[in-house]
Design a protein around this ligand. Structure first.
Ligand code: EPU
Length: 417
């Protein structure tokens, strides 16, 4: 497995292009299952999770053409309704095929995703919603088996505002008879991006971006040509890198409106953040102020930025508290950061961090995607050499991360082992 080696301590300077959003691309590529004919998606990031999604769709019978960041998918000949364990275990988001398969083929058999490093991550709300829409759901031998005649629009209350749950149910409801109303729906930009694409395909969805989404079913959808929105988490990771290394980094091709919480927190830490013409410039200051952070559903501070912010707080002046309210086990980076000299104590879902003057490079192990990103950031700021093992996780969600950091002046390289 590859390793990433970083000689830390360099201040990052320059411009970086932000890639298309992984978490928008996954459901959007999967939405091709709802149509017959070639869909074209541009700005698709080249990531392991995107490859897993393509493998999943190919296995269902879709045809796929890829040329640089353009992916074309024709799901017209999809006949297989099963997403097998081997595909789902590589990527939990595979569960997103459940809604569209039931809507289009009237049946689906999808391996139940297990828990993952960051939490139990149940899918009970996906199943509750599909049942409300009239699907018959059975759990057998580790698989969800769903069958339905034409789904029927219903009112569905989501106990927790789940992102992929909202996406799955939107994709199930677009071809249902009648109107579905999702209450306490997720408001994440990726949900809005999917709703926009579905509307472009001929769906009738209103309210995406609010907590009440109404979906009036239509009889058929048509293929589309769409561009994937920028990745707000990749953008946020580069913004933190600028503040952390006291650098001066400008992000190109990002969407500042999706980053309000992150911009606000960085300013409170003392970084100078300028937003102009779709660009975000972050200048780090010598002294980083300690602030408290609580992760919340959008538009609150994203859980996917929690680990990266913890690195920043590790070298801030004073004491800060970071509370994780979305996932029950998302502090797995803490033990590795402590090995690099961070002073962090955990109590329940809160990390208490006392800033230290600097971190020191060490061999560390990546355990999930955003934890891996935090270790890269820690390595960039640390004195000495950091060796990050198991970069497999990083490749799931960050495109060319070492090249992008290298172009900003970091001493970072990948070693094939
Ligand atoms: N939940 C339930 N029941 C459900 C679904 C969710 O209790 O049926 C709970 C979860 O256990 C969690 C909370 O609801 O406590 C929110 O989870 P959500 O369903 O929103 O998470 P997700 O849809 O599985 C997506 C992203 C994650 C991101 C979260 C939160 C994708 C493919 N994944 O996951 O991204 O952290 O929303 O914003 O969109 C990542 O990119 O590294 C990543 C983990």
């Amino acid at each position: 497995m590859d390793k990433i080696i970083i000689e830390g301590g360099r201040s990052l300077k320059g411009e970086v292009n932000i890639s298309g959003a992984k978490n928008a691309a996954l459901p959007i590529l999967i939405s091709s299952l709802l149509t017959d004919g070639w869909n074209t998606y541009t700005n698709v990031p080249n990531l392991r999770d995107i490859q897993s999604t393509k493998d999943l769709l190919l296995n269902l019978g879709a045809r796929i053409e890829t040329q640089s960041d353009t992916v074309q998918i024709d799901a017209g000949k999809v006949v297989n309704h099963e997403a097998a364990y081997d595909l789902v275990r590589k990527m939990r988001a595979s569960i997103l095929v459940l809604g569209p398969l039931v809507a289009r083929l009237k049946k689906a058999r999808v391996s139940l995703p297990g828990g993952c490093a960051i939490g139990a991550r149940p899918i009970n709300l996906h199943l509750k919603g599909l049942t409300r829409l009239g699907a018959k759901i059975e759990l057998k031998h580790g698989y969800v088996e769903a069958t339905a005649d034409r789904l029927k629009g219903e009112e569905i209350y989501l106990d927790v505002s789940t992102v992929t749950g909202t996406e799955n149910l939107m994709m199930a409801a677009v071809l249902a008879k009648g109107t579905t109303v999702l209450s306490n729906a997720a408001r994440e930009p990726e949900v809005v991006a999917l709703a926009d694409v579905l509307n472009e395909m001929g769906a009738d969805i209103k309210g995406a971006g609010t907590s009440i989404i109404s979906i009036k079913g239509v009889s058929a959808l048509h293929p589309v040509s769409v561009r994937i929105i920028p990745d707000r988490i990749e953008a946020g990771t580069f913004m933190v890198s600028a503040a952390l290394t006291r650098g001066n980094v400008t992000l190109l091709g990002c969407e500042p409106n999706h980053l309000e919480a992150v911009i606000d927190k960085l300013r409170l830490c003392g970084a100078e953040v300028t937003v102009k013409d779709g660009r975000i410039q972050v200048k780090g200051k010598r002294e980083i102020a300690s602030i408290d952070v609580k992760t919340l559903p959008y538009p609150g501070f994203p859980t996917d930025m929690q680990a990266q912010f913890m690195v920043l707080m590790s070298v801030a002046k004073g004491f800060s508290m970071i509370s994780e309210t979305i996932f029950e086990n998302r502090f797995i980076h803490v033990s590795e950061l402590k090995r690099m000299g961070a002073d962090i104590k955990i109590s329940g879902n809160t990390a208490m961090i006392t800033g230290v003057p600097s971190l020191s490079g060490a061999p560390v192990m990546a355990t999930d995607l955003r934890a891996s990103a935090s270790l890269i950031l820690a390595g960039l700021a640390a004195k000495g050499t950091t060796e990050i093992n198991r970069v497999y996780h990083l490749d799931r969600g960050y495109e060319n991360i070492e090249n992008k950091f290298s172009l900003l002046g970091a001493d970072i390289r990948r070693v094939k082992t």
